[in-house]
Ligand binder design. Structure first.
Ligand code: F6P
Length: 373
């Protein structure tokens, strides 16, 4: 009998989501005669049973459209605010899965979604996921869709900032998305020729950055572009975070009841303003004028690149094949030109950071880019 599948998109939106929905839906319908429904707004729509039919008509004309036609949210099945209180809504999800006579639930999302999908899979649902995020930090896949588009947007921004930095003899500090992983900052920083690239994986020393900028001035270049990830940290901040982690661990081992909440909030507050602080410090240390540009959600909006449409379509299509074969509890990972089913246990909680000595780091250093260390 032809299968019935449900699709949802969860977490931050990302270019290529509609291409992936279309890839799953069209392959499922055209090749296997499946019926496809969508749940609105991520796991919340699944809890509230808000569905849309995704038949041929709805899937046409969405390939090139940004965002997600299904809507998304950051709600988690096991910790959802309902009526002002946080509840575990997993059982409601199981009921709605059954009420819709689903054979499989397809979840399109990043790291958080992979963890949520694993929980649902452990509850007995047939779950299959696709890896999306502009951060490119989902483990066990070569790449995530959304990354290529954001890379293009951030690179174009750096290109444009170059000419104005040059005209005004300024430092321009450009903040690029990525709280834990620096793929987007490093990739666009290399492609756009940033002079300094700061990523969460390498703690920076502001004096070293200032010296690199002063060196450029001595060489006749009195402007600089500093590409900094949202989550980049100075060596001092990194040491403070490590010390706090150690204290929390010790307190847990000693079974102390202290939560360290105030210290965590204070640390987060310091981190959130780091780009502005960095710009001010560089101004003081170099005597050059500095300006900050925060790219923010621009990086997630608009038409997906050709590479993302292609990736999302082929992963979506491979997903429909796996549903037909009854392969569940897996993420459809990009592997070379093909796709591979990876068990969710190996994906959930497995954040892909840039490893030390990664070729991108090495080539940035070789062309003279300062990485703040
Ligand atoms: O995970 C993708 C991402 O765009 C991150 O790079 C960024 O830190 C975060 O989402 C922003 O989330 P929100 O859209 O909830 O502000």
């Amino acid at each position: 009998m032809a299968k019935q599948i449900g699709i949802l998109t969860a977490g931050g939106d990302s270019p290529g989501l509609n291409a992936a929905i279309r890839g799953v839906g069209k392959t499922g319908q055209n090749f296997y005669g499946m019926s496809v429904i969508g749940f609105k707004d991520g796991f919340r729509g699944l809890v509230e049973n808000r569905t849309v039919r995704l038949d041929g008509g709805c899937l046409s004309g969405i390939l090139t459209v940004g965002g997600t036609v299904l809507g998304t949210s950051r709600d988690k099945p096991h910790k959802m605010t309902v009526g002002g209180k946080v509840h575990d809504m997993t059982d409601v999800i199981v009921e709605n899965y059954e009420a819709n006579h689903l054979d499989a639930l397809v979840c399109l999302g990043g790291g958080g979604t992979q963890k949520n999908a694993l929980r649902l899979s452990q509850k007995g649902l047939n779950v299959i996921t696709l890896p999306k995020t502009i951060d490119n930090d989902v483990g066990m896949t070569d790449v995530t869709f959304g990354f290529d588009t954001a890379l293009g947007i951030a690179t174009e921004a750096i290109d444009r900032l170059h000419s104005t930095a040059h005209s005004h003899h300024r430092i321009i500090v450009v903040e690029i998305m990525g709280h834990r992983a620096g793929w987007l900052t490093l990739g666009s920083g290399i492609a756009g020729g940033a002079d300094v690239i700061l990523i969460p994986e390498i703690a920076y020393d502001v004096d070293i950055i200032a010296e690199a900028i002063r060196n450029r001035v001595r060489g006749g270049k009195n402007f600089s572009i500093v590409a900094v990830a949202e989550g980049a940290v100075s060596k001092d901040e990194s040491a403070a975070a490590e010390a706090l982690e150690r204290r929390i661990l010790e307190a847990t081992e000693k079974k102390e009841r202290r939560t360290h909440k105030a210290e965590l909030v204070e640390l987060e507050k310091k981190r959130s303003g780091h780009t502005l602080r960095l710009s001010q410090q560089l101004e003081e240390l170099t005597g050059l004028e500095a300006r900050v540009t925060i790219l923010g959600h621009l990086q997630r909006g608009g038409t997906p690149s050709a590479a993302d449409r292609l990736l999302a379509t082929r992963l979506g299509s491979a997903c429909a094949d796996l549903v037909e074969q009854g392969v569940y509890g897996v993420m459809v990972a990009a592997r070379g030109e093909g796709a591979e089913a990876v068990p969710l246990e190996q994906v959930a909680g497995n954040r892909k950071l840039i490893p030390p000595g990664h070729p991108w780091i090495e080539c940035a250093r070789r062309v003279g880019t300062n990485l703040g260390d």
